[in-house]
Design a protein around this ligand. Sequence first.
Ligand code: ZN
Length: 190
Amino acid sequence: MIRAILQIGNPALRQVADPVDVSQIQSDEIQALIDDLIETMRDANGAGLASTQIAVHKRICVIEVKKNPRYPYKPDIPLTVLINPKVTFLTEDRINVFEGCLSVPNMRGKVDRCPEIQIEGYDREGNNVSFISKGISAGTFQHELDHLDGLIYTDRMADSSSLTTIEEFAEHYEDGFKQQVISIVDLYGS
Ligand code: ZN
């Protein structure tokens, strides 16, 4: 079922989500929630969606990038379901990259992200997962995990002057950003 996506200003986006009881991952309730997150993300052409964004305060998010029309420059990420995810930064490096969010319609802004991270958590079968993500994709994971802590990318903007509508982004920044993404992929491999 496609759910309504909360928009910035809704206090529910600021709530810290609760961990999921691992013994409940296979329950109909959690499995249906995961299906709804995937369906809603795909319907909105999102690169990811956290359950916080549909007003369910459980630590679950989904990520998928497949030739995304909202983010044509993003490297692909296969569908990933993360439950109780934790992130560890593996480098002191930071990349300063434009992000957008389904909860902040029609906007982009630049955020510092760690370009090499380890993610640990559970998948939708309840199996432990642990993997490394790099570059732009690492930023996508950090963005979704932030939602589970009640954070929105605009909170992370060191310089709010980079905030732009999508139309102004396309006109003034998109070409330069594509070049930056190519350099990041060269440097970090994703
Ligand atoms: Zn978001």
